[in-house]
Ligand binder design. Structure first.
Ligand code: GLN
Length: 307
């Protein structure tokens, strides 16, 4: 079945029933207060056709979906070989996104999408200090999302910074193991800021579209990431993008996606489209409860599971 606005509306209706089963991210005070019943879905195809249903223009913080943009930027800055050989692995952990447990037995974080891996990757982004790194990240994210208005949510940033001791613990451990480069506090400050950028479902649909289009911006043909690296990132999204829910997501949805605790999920259908969903009520793994159900519905009706 082809995607239509009616199909998105049906998917939204289906997903809506599940928003009451989730909870907004409780460990970041500013996120706790968000209306948990928001839900929206946006698709953008290779020709630039946009379809949307529900709350697709409500801003929310990008959170872990920033790990896509920062990984691409770090690959551009220091190369995939260096990153994947020296800094992070490419294997799923089966542990929660903020887990520290495997850092002691295996020095490199398992993959770039868990917090430890993303902090290691963040330390590889070029810039004299956190301000410069963040400016470069913001400029690049605006390009990936085709939206020049994307900006920091100051309140969420401060909330994350003030309560981010777990991420601090991960970062200092990585420094002690020789993985994290440079100043730890500088790196953390950049990490908290990159997670706290406001986006919409439309923005992350565009970012997913670039990955679905082999790293090429379909609007102007610019290569934002090399095709073989876009392929590697889609593979990582499939195996690690939904944290310790990635296996089940592969079974029930079956295409590459990356979630964030702000409630977003960015999903890529290669050679077809980018999908962005937003629903801040999270399941126990930290993935959008209603958002997953929307993607399940679309996967089944459109017949787009890779399996
Ligand atoms: N900023 C969040 C954190 O570091 C990102 C985690 C997420 O979205 N899963 O805890």
């Amino acid at each position: 079945m082809k995607v239509t606005e009616d199909l998105l509306k049906d998917a939204l209706r289906y997903g809506k029933a599940f928003t009451k089963f989730g909870k907004t991210a409780q460990y970041i005070p500013e996120l706790r207060a968000v209306n948990q019943y928001y839900l929206g879905v946006c698709t953008i195809d290779l020709e630039g056709n946009v379809l949307e249903a529900g709350d697709t223009r409500i801003p929310f913080t990008i959170q872990s979906i920033s790990k896509l943009a920062s990984l691409i930027l770090a690959i551009r800055d220091c190369g995939a070989d260096h990153l994947f050989h020296e800094k992070v692995g490419v294997e799923p952990t089966g542990d929660p996104f903020n887990s520290i447990i495997k850092l002691e037995t295996k020095t490199r974080p398992f993959n770039p999408f868990i917090n430890a891996g993303a902090i290691a990757v963040a330390s590889c982004i070029k810039g004299a200090d956190a301000d410069e790194k963040f400016e470069r990240f913001l400029t690049f994210t605006r390009k990936l999302c085709d939206n020049d208005e994307i900006a920091l949510n100051q309140a969420v940033y401060e909330s994350e910074r003030d309560t981010g001791d777990r991420n601090r613990a991960l970062a200092y451990y990585l420094k002690a193991s020789g993985i994290l480069e440079g100043d730890v506090e500088e790196c953390l400050d950049f990490y908290f800021r990159m997670c706290s950028v406001n986006v919409t479902a439309h923005d992350i649909a565009y970012m997913s579209l670039v990955l679905a289009n082999h790293g090429i911006d379909p609007r102007d043909g610019e290569e934002l990431i090399e095709p073989q690296n876009a392929k590697a990132i889609r593979a990582l999204m499939l195996t690690c993008g939904m944290y310790d829910g990635s296996g089940e997501f592969a079974m029930t949805v079956g295409f590459p996606a990356k979630s964030g605790v702000g409630g977003g999920i960015a999903a890529s259908l290669v050679d077809r489209m980018g999908i962005g969903v937003f629903g801040p009520a999270l399941d126990e793994k930290g993935n959008s409860a209603g958002g997953i159900k929307i993607l399940e519905y679309l996967s089944e009706k459109m017949g787009v599971s890779l399996f």
